[in-house]
Design a protein around this ligand. Structure first.
Ligand SMILES: *[C@@H]1O[C@H](CO)[C@@H](O)[C@H](O)[C@H]1NC(C)=O
Length: 195
């Protein structure tokens, strides 16, 4: 029962965002197959291609790879946000939104680290409960990113546009990670024993 509820929860979260652009990329069949469950497939293939040789068809490795990449991307956007802050180019409401956004990203990074920690310790008897926690933290990370976007709602300017593009991008990467966790959940704990 927990398994079914979990899958529903994942489906809802993985499909909420829909404004991602991505370059079209070639990928070998393993990464293409793994990414076929994600919403932003080109972005998925582009960001995860290097894991193909180790992950092959193992959904638990793909899920971990998805979350690892999400962590690096979130950190890189967080650094970008800090840079923008240090340049003091944003004023007034934009500056407030930026400060809130930085806090949200710190929280997102914490949530993502929690997820990865559990994914590294997956075991058969606790499988669904563990994945429940993983998706709770991943969803929380997506909410953090969304909260950042909301802060800039209706704001204009080239610097705001670039910031929003970077944050939306990382939201799409997080959504992809959720889809990979969803795939792991539907495959079940047997997948932990696959090569
Ligand atoms: C989105 O993320 C991908 C994968 O890391 C990156 O290559 C791309 O430059 C990013 N796009 C933006 C707008 O930041």
């Amino acid at each position: 029962m927990l398994g079914v509820t979990l899958v529903l929860k994942l489906v809802v979260f993985a499909w909420v965002i829909n404004s991602c652009t991505s370059v079209s990329v070639e990928g070998n069949s393993y990464v293409r197959e793994a990414c076929s469950v994600t919403r932003y497939q080109d972005l998925c293939v582009h960001s995860l291609a290097s894991f193909s040789t180790t992950a092959k068809q193992n959904p638990s490795i793909w899920a971990r790879a998805g979350v690892s990449v999400t962590i690096s991307e979130t950190k890189s956007v967080a650094q970008y946000l800090m840079k923008v802050k240090s340049q003091s180019s944003m004023r007034g409401r934009n500056q407030m939104a930026l400060n809130d956004c930085i806090e949200c990203f710190q929280d997102a990074i914490d949530n993502l680290h929690q997820s990865l920690g559990v994914l590294r310790k997956l075991n058969d008897p606790s499988f669904y409960a563990q994945l429940w926690d993983v998706t709770t933290w991943l969803s929380a990370a997506m909410t953090d990113q969304d909260t950042c976007l909301d802060g800039f709602d209706g704001r204009k300017g080239k610097d705001v546009k670039l910031l929003l593009a970077k944050v939306s991008n990382v939201t799409c990467i997080t959504s992809n990670a959720l889809a990979l966790v969803n795939k792991l959940a539907t495959t079940g704990p047997e997948s932990l024993n696959s090569p």
